[in-house]
Design a protein around this ligand. Structure first.
Ligand code: ADE
Length: 243
């Protein structure tokens, strides 16, 4: 997959795109990253990319011209799914990330300032938010989106099942706790059940731990989770009652 990012701060992306799992995916040729500095496309002699809002009001607005020219140059007449990162977009979910992971090419516009000239919408297929809070710009959200969707691209993760086995794919429950050696760390012991090699017991314990974690941290997820009769019985013993 080829990923292009249009941004005023291309230098923010290096560390994220070229290290760890994303860096490895890039080295393997699974992902290809390109960042583009919108400012370089400004036709203005001061290379401005923002201006005052028509109608007044506080804050600057990102101008259409540099974004249009940058997008047109990057696409070069080719096709791509064009995404704007904005808190006004639809919220990123694993389903959306998986869908985007199937694209051959995506172009992400990281917005800045108080907003974008509305005419930029014409360039965009999807508006995506990473959550109901406002960041100073779309760069971190763009990195979050790329990291999240890349996990659904075959070969990016070490083991192809890992993306399925975690919180939000685990029948809609949060992940159970994990431990590694030593079994005794400063007197804090690993639960006995994990040490005895009885896999039926271990699976039961893990399931119950997932249920407990979800009940405590995100009880609303239980409404949509795939629960067995045993799960419901266990949850009821913990004080859960289905609405
Ligand atoms: N830009 C600023 N805040 C954002 C958010 N929450 N999601 C996507 N883009 C943003």
């Amino acid at each position: 997959m080829r990923i292009d990012v249009l941004t005023l701060f291309p230098e923010m992306f290096g560390g994220v795109f070229h290290t760890s799992m994303l860096g490895r995916a890039e080295a393997k040729g699974i992902l290809e990253f390109h960042t583009h500095d919108i400012r370089e496309y400004s036709a203005n002699k001061h290379h401005n990319t923002d201006d005052y809002a028509f109608g007044g009001g506080a804050g600057m607005v990102m101008m259409a011209q540099p974004v249009f020219d940058c997008m047109e140059a990057v696409l070069g007449g080719g096709k791509a799914r064009r995404i704007l990162m904005t808190p006004r977009g639809r919220t990123l979910t694993p389903e959306l990330a998986r869908e985007l992971a199937g694209e051959e090419r995506i172009v992400i516009l990281a917005g800045h300032y108080e907003g974008l000239d509305e005419r930029i919408q014409e360039l965009i297929d999807d508006e995506i938010s990473i959550g109901d809070y406002v960041l100073t710009g779309g760069e971190l959200p763009a990195m979050v989106l790329v990291d999240c969707l890349s996990r659904f691209i075959p070969g990016v993760l070490g083991c192809s099942e890992s993306a399925e086995d975690e919180s939000f794919s685990n029948d809609g429950l949060l992940e159970y706790p994990q431990y590694t050696r030593p079994a005794d760390f400063r007197g804090r012991l690993v639960p006995e059940v994990l040490l005895n090699g009885n896999h039926a017991e271990i699976n039961k314990w893990r399931r119950q731990q997932s249920l407990l974690k979800t009940l405590r941290m995100r009880p609303e997820l239980l409404e949509k989770a795939e629960l067995t009769k045993d799960d419901i019985k266990f949850l009821e013993q913990q004080g859960y009652s289905k609405r």
